[in-house]
Design a protein. Structure first.
Length: 148
């Protein structure tokens, strides 16, 4: 029978999972940092910024970690392209860069919607703030089906 040392908070399986999660987290952060505009000047700053963004969004699962990595990278790339488009000397290049940035911004919005759906488990909540029901009118709450 194998005997494990009893160290406060030590569990071989948990440590292995934590190490794998830390390695995966480090990989995601490095992948996101490459897209950061400051990467050429300071790798430390780029890693710190994406690390902070990643932690602020607070992933709840591995799928969310992957999606949030994509969200941050997409945002960074779209901002980089937009910045480059404003300094481009050629009108054609400006147009191409701005268009590519706009497409990435659309992808960013789709990614955010996907994250929201993932977190809400596909459920939507509608809040009606104010309703007018005029004389002889009817207010219906709930689903309305078609007639027979």
């Amino acid at each position: 029978m194998m005997r494990h040392e009893k160290i406060k908070g030590h569990c071989p399986m948990v440590n292995t999972v934590e190490q794998e999660n830390a390695s995966l987290h480090e990989l995601f952060v490095r992948q996101m940092a490459v897209t950061h505009p400051a990467i050429k000047q300071s790798q430390e700053r780029a890693v710190g910024d994406v690390e902070m963004s990643f932690r602020n969004i607070s992933p709840n699962s591995e799928v969310e970690r992957m999606l949030i990595s994509q969200i941050i990278a997409t945002h960074n790339l779209s901002m980089n392209l937009l910045s480059k488009s404003s300094f481009a000397q050629d009108d054609g290049l400006t147009s191409v860069l701005a268009s590519a940035s706009a497409k990435l911004m659309k992808v960013f919005c789709i990614q955010l919607n996907t994250l929201e759906k993932l977190r809400n488990q596909g459920q939507q909540k509608v809040i009606v703030e104010h309703v007018h029901v005029h004389q002889r009118g009817q207010a219906i709450v709930g689903q309305v089906g078609g007639g027979v």
